[in-house]
Design a protein around this ligand. Structure first.
Ligand code: FE2
Length: 197
């Protein structure tokens, strides 16, 4: 999929150079490798979510890693917005306050989780049967495999921030939480899941 905004739309927090490599090279490579891997197999023509579930169950890591990374990155682009930052509204805001005390409590917990991920991976706000939670996944892993509903994510692979922040993951996480986080996307995922339930 195309980016939902121009490559320079997230500047200065994520540079056009980072976004062009991240979307045009990294994300594209996962999609291209997935398409090559599933050609002529039972996966071909399935939804991406079904390919993720079936390759995960079969420990078919070559397919799973590329399928999950294709999905995770599309979800990431929507988790950021040029008009991001600020605070959630509506039922999601109530759930954030109930779980984390207030928005500052959420930010502290999300940042602690993102900085605690050793090596490559992802930090997620998810909706479980018990309510909101923050979780990390390593490498290509996705919370879809755990039966929970992702609400938003941040990519903490170095390729997501190294050109702009070098080794300073904490500054990248701060920039995301203050300026980019797309609360409307998270609220839409939250409301859709609750309506379905
Ligand atoms: Fe990435």
């Amino acid at each position: 999929p195309e980016l939902p905004y121009a490559p320079d739309a997230l500047e200065p927090h994520v540079s056009a150079e980072t976004l062009s490599f991240h979307h045009g090279k990294h994300h594209k490579a996962y999609v291209d490798k997935l398409n090559a891997a599933i050609a002529g197999t039972a996966y071909e023509g399935q939804t991406l979510e079904k390919v993720i579930a079936e390759s995960h169950a079969a420990a078919d890591t070559g397919v799973f890693n590329n399928a999950a990374q294709a999905w995770n990155h599309t979800f990431l682009w929507h988790s950021m917005s040029p008009a991001g930052g600020g605070a959630p509204a509506g039922p999601l805001a109530d759930a954030i306050n109930s779980k984390f005390g207030d928005l500052a409590g959420f930010r502290d917990a999300f940042k602690r989780s993102a900085l605690g991920q050793f090596g490559s991976g992802w930090t997620w706000l998810v909706l479980t049967a018990e309510g909101l939670d923050i979780t990390n996944t390593g490498n290509a892993e996705t919370p879809l495999s755990d039966g929970v509903t992702p609400l938003l994510t941040l990519d903490v692979w170095e390729h997501a921030y190294y050109l702009d922040y070098q080794n300073k993951r904490d500054a990248y996480v701060d920039a995301f939480l203050s300026n980019l986080i797309n609360w409307e996307f998270a609220a839409s995922n939250f409301d859709n899941k609750r309506a379905a339930a």
